[in-house]
Design a protein around this ligand. Structure first.
Ligand code: KIV
Ligand code: NA
Length: 265
């Protein structure tokens, strides 16, 4: 089996096929999703909230992304792995972006990188693509800008919608191979999807994008507390893990684990 490439996903979108993307942050979980046939995995800076215990994505470092991206690559055989460029890893300019993206490609083995912003990240996108690194763009709600933007639906006014459409076209013109649209009205996401030839990947962006992405810890019910309305919980892993831990604890306390079959003499 060879790995899926950005060309394969472009071809799938051209054939009118919808496709799924999930985040992954470790080799074991990634191997499960690879075996389940998930074609694209994002080692997102959502690892900040979902894996590393930070409150936002803002503190996530290049070292953290590089280490976990390498783990996800090692755990998979088939999926295209996309490494997220964290806050502060590309905002200084294209040369910084290229240095950090190159690290993820060479050291971690990712097949593509993602960065936030359309027009504001144009020079970065152009340089990365010209250097041979596929770039996924991320528009709409961009969590690295939480301190200026907050967490709310983007592109609701006509002006904001037009700005989003301009940003999406700018990303495509700069050579991006796909665009994530996060927390965008479905109508705006549909219009962007119609007007681009590269795939759009929605999260909280309605049913009409070419692909859908979910943060896996939300998708399997591992995330504690409140989850956004746009996610769907397909399993209750928090309960499964908690029940297993409680049963193990009870058996240890009650002296019923280990049994003879777990024991050497
Ligand atoms: O970091 C992440 O998980 C993301 C997705 C929500 C697209 O950027
Ligand atoms: Na992200």
């Amino acid at each position: 089996t060879r790995r899926i490439t950005v060309h394969d996903i472009a071809a799938a979108t051209e054939r009118g096929e919808k496709w799924p993307m999930l985040t992954a942050y470790d080799a074991m979980t990634a191997s499960v999703f690879d075996e389940a046939g998930i074609p694209v995995m994002l080692v997102g800076d959502s690892m900040g909230n979902c894996h590393l215990g930070y409150e936002t994505t803002v503190p996530v470092t290049m070292d953290e992304i590089a280490i976990l991206s390498a783990a996800v690559v090692r755990g998979t055989k088939r999926a295209l792995i996309v490494g997220d460029l964290p806050f502060g890893a590309y905002q200084e300019g294209p040369v910084q972006a290229l240095r950090n993206a190159t690290r993820l490609v060479k050291e971690s083995g990712v097949g593509a990188v993602k960065l936030e912003g359309g027009e504001r990240s144009l020079p970065q996108t152009e340089l990365l693509v010209s250097a041979g690194i596929p770039v996924m763009s991320h528009l709409g709600l961009t969590p690295q800008s939480v301190n200026t933007m907050g967490y709310r639906v983007q592109g609701r006014s006509d002006e904001a919608a037009h700005r989003l459409i301009r940003d999406a076209k700018a990303a495509q013109d700069a050579g991006a191979f796909a665009v994530v649209l996060e927390l965008v009205p479905a109508e705006v996401a549909a219009e962007i999807t119609r007007s681009l030839h590269i795939p759009t990947i929605g999260i909280g962006a309605g049913p009409d994008t070419d692909a859908q992405v979910l943060v896996y810890t939300d998708m399997v019910g591992l995330t504690g507390g409140k989850v956004p309305r746009f996610t769907k919980q397909y399993a209750n892993m928090r309960k499964v893990l908690g029940d297993a831990a409680k049963e193990f604890a009870d058996e240890v306390v009650g002296g019923t684990f280990p049994q003879p079959e777990h024991t050497f003499h």
